[in-house]
Design a binder for this molecule. Structure first.
Ligand code: NDP
Ligand code: HSE
Length: 450
């Protein structure tokens, strides 16, 4: 055996001999924290077997230590000061599951500065401060696990970081907000109201502390920023990601979409465009027969197209206690192995490389679903189609539903592929027609006839 190889074997044996167990400190014991704790304790034996030594929770920070969480916590582990977790010299891995920007950011940076490995499911934090956190970890020689931050229980971070590393990624299409998909699915399949279904998603623990992050598309944009970073090897500014949520979606548009053979989904879309990237989040109509159209409820799906592997679709529960706990515990186990085996030889995350420019939204092309509320009188359709034509927008299909002479009725147009800038200009002109009432509705379509 070569001297260097022998040294690695000896170091590994020494590390395994020295470390009898891995100590974990949890900051936050809510939906994801309890899932993480349940898996670490419920599957302790198989985790010990896979890691090589026991993995134990030795400290847990919460706000309210009296709250019944249905867990039997070891005596003395609870604290209300998260710094107790960060400064505890016995803690090897600090797991941040409180959410938000502060104190989460400072706690993670402090843990890293103290040479501790960290795990987080906090996509909002990573989308904004990810570069800073990863850079600090690299300098300190510690790992940052963030599998739980995108897609709940779906191992998409590891897939992009490691399993698909050989590819140039061409595009990503994702349903990556469980709450929005749950709401849209129930509105589509059960004719339920938006508010009613949102309350149900909150009750199930899927929604963010501030659910406007979910329904406003912001949580999806946070996750898209993380995916773009992993897939395209550079950071993007969150503010450059065009973001539109589902709050303005009406049952009427879901119905019309059905008539055209489409399902309405909140999609995160990223496409490689030369040296730039197209990155956007908005409600999107997708053909019924597409696999992503069949993703219902809290399920998420991420379709990745690589230049070598072609199409890959990852599917699973995108939110919730145990699914997200599964991702968090996998990170803890992975890091435990690298603590024991020293030094990590895994492929690094690509988060610290150059900045990637996002293609301006008005230069993208798409198929568009447009719904106008127009007076039911002769000549209106030709006025609208004339404006669209003058702006280079070609019409694929038109539906007018109902008859109300002199009254306003919905007039729905499905276009061929058009330029966003042309569509926006045309809508301003159509809106100014005396025969058109209300703001026109625009929903982008992926995968229809070009
Ligand atoms: P919860 O609101 O359910 O839990 C938050 C936990 O953090 C609670 O236990 C709370 O204590 C504790 N906490 C909050 N602030 C402090 C503080 N200053 N000091 C000590 N403890 C504190 O959130 P989730 O579990 O839903 O989310 C956690 C993170 O995981 C977020 O970043 C979220 O975006 C992310 N995430 C959530 C998913 C989900 O399905 N819910 C899925 C994927 C990621 P107490 O219980 O006493 O109030
Ligand atoms: N609120 C998020 C969702 C949690 O609904 O998808 C999972 O990241």
């Amino acid at each position: 055996m070569e001297t260097a190889d022998r040294a690695v074997v000896l170091n590994t044996a020494q590390a395994l001999k020295m470390k009898q167990k891995i100590n974990v400190g949890l900051i936050g014991l809510g939906t994801v924290g309890t899932g993480t704790f349940r898996i670490l304790t419920g599957n302790a034996e198989s985790i010990r077997h896979r890691v090589g030594v026991p993995v134990e929770v030795v400290k847990v920070a919460v706000r309210d230590p009296k709250r019944d969480r249905g867990l039997s916590l070891p005596a003395g582990v609870l604290t209300t000061d998260p710094m107790d977790v960060v400064t505890d010299p016995s803690v090897d891995i600090v797991v941040e599951l409180i959410g938000g920007y502060e104190p989460a950011r400072s706690l993670l940076l402090e843990a890293i500065a103290r040479g501790k490995h960290v795990v987080t499911a906090n996509k909002a934090l990573l989308a904004v401060h990810g570069i800073e956190i990863h850079a600090a970890a690299r300098r300190a020689g510690v790992d940052v696990g963030f599998e739980g931050s995108v897609g709940g229980g779906i191992p998409v971070v590891k897939a992009l970081k490691e399993a698909l590393a050989a590819n140039r990624i061409l595009s990503i299409y994702g349903i990556i907000n469980g709450t929005s998909n749950y709401i849209l699915s129930k509105m589509t399949d059960e004719d339920r109201s938006f508010a009613d279904v949102l309350a149900e998603a909150q009750q199930a623990g899927y929604a963010e502390a501030d659910p406007t992050f979910d329904v406003g598309g912001i949580d999806t944009a946070h996750k898209l920023a993380i995916l773009v970073n992993l897939a395209f090897g550079a950071g993007v500014d969150l503010k450059d990601i065009y973001t539109e949520g589902i709050t303005a979606i009406s049952p009427e548009d879901i119905d019309f979409g059905r008539d055209f053979g489409y399902k309405l989904k909140l999609l995160a879309i990223a496409k490689a465009r030369g040296g730039k990237v197209e990155a956007r989040v908005h409600p999107t109509m997708v053909p019924d027969e597409y696999p992503i159209a069949k993703v219902g409820g809290v399920y998420n799906a991420i379709q990745v197209v690589g230049d070598a592997c072609g199409d890959i679709m990852l599917y699973g529960r995108g939110a919730g206690s145990l699914p997200t706990g599964s991702a968090v515990v996998a990170d803890i186990m992975d890091i435990s192995r690298s603590i024991l085996m020293e030094p990590s030889r895994r492929l690094p995350a690509v988060t610290e490389r150059a900045h990637l420019e996002v293609q301006p939204m008005d230069t993208i092309t798409s198929i568009y679903y447009l719904r106008f509320t127009a007076l039911d009188q002769p000549g209106v359709l030709s006025q609208i189609s004339g404006i669209l034509g003058r702006h280079n927008i070609s019409i694929a299909q038109v539906i007018q539903r109902g008859r109300k002479e002199g009254g306003a009725v919905p007039l729905v147009v499905m276009t061929h592929t058009a330029l966003e800038r042309d569509i926006q200009k045309a809508l301003v002109e159509v809106k100014s027609l005396a025969s058109v009432r209300e703001q026109p509705v625009l929903i982008r379509v992926e995968g229809g006839p070009e």
